[in-house]
Design a protein around this ligand. Structure first.
Ligand code: ADP
Ligand code: ZN
Length: 218
């Protein structure tokens, strides 16, 4: 599980870990954005909260996560969580959903607020596949995604107001989640102010120093 402020790089690192270990990447924000783009009732309801920087209500989030984790052999094979749990209630609910399966590691991606503000202000995202770019690191041609050819845009919730609200909610709602996993004895920290490659290397070292990964890395 990756924890950390908005802009800490959870999405980028979680995708890379999922690819490296060949496991499922569950990103609640991406699920809600996809549902909103598809115009489903769930997506449209979620969007009304997301665009303002509020959390989507727990009743909605819990149902979606439960369904996602029960699909295929995700619980036995392993998965990486990104953006969930985001409050104490969701952390407790996750324990129920896992029903005896063990969470191995919760990593807090540490990064100063000045850095995340810069990252989020310049962040641009592929509207089709979710690949992340930045004004300082744009796609090869004219905001067309290098991965899939989709249109690269600013997220509707990356406005100054919504970002401030998300960071406030992070302090109030998500810091207690870090405390929750510290008490459970599975919390680790990684400095996420470094380059993407460097952070990824530290994550893999951390994971492999903690376990004998049952899943072979590719
Ligand atoms: P960020 O971490 O930058 O806010 P995400 O893509 O993780 O980006 O989430 C975007 C939005 O989706 C959040 O602001 C919130 O409205 C909603 N969301 C995502 N995950 C959750 C969750 N676990 N609980 C409630 N709302 C969520
Ligand atoms: Zn794309």
């Amino acid at each position: 599980m990756l924890l950390g402020k908005q802009g800490a790089g959870k999405g980028t690192q979680a995708s890379r870990l999922a690819e490296h270990y060949d496991i499922h990447h569950l990103a609640t924000g991406d699920l809600f954005r996809d549902a909103a783009a598809a115009g489903t009732p769930l997506g449209l309801e979620a969007k009304s909260y997301m665009d303002q920087g509020f959390l989507v209500p727990d009743e909605i989030v819990d149902g979606v996560v439960d369904e996602q984790l029960r699909a295929d052999d995700r619980m036995s094979r392993g998965f990486v969580l990104d953006g969930y749990p985001r409050n104490r209630h969701q952390a407790e609910r996750l324990d129920e959903t896992l029903d005896g399966f063990r969470l191995d590691l919760a990593v807090d991606l540490d990064v100063p607020t000045e850095i995340v503000l810069h990252r989020i202000a310049g962040r641009r995202v592929c509207s089709n596949c979710g690949a992340n770019y930045h004004l300082d690191n744009p796609p090869e041609n004219d905001w067309t995604c290098d991965v899939c050819g989709g249109q690269v845009e600013q997220r509707d919730d990356d406005t100054a107001d919504a970002v401030m609200r998300r960071l406030e909610l992070y302090e109030m709602e998500t810091l207690p989640v870090i405390q929750y996993y510290r008490r459970a004895g599975i919390l680790a920290h990684v400095d996420a102010g470094a380059e993407t490659e460097e952070v990824f290397k530290h994550l893999v070292e951390l994971i492999e120093s903690r376990f004998d990964p049952r899943i072979e890395s590719r």
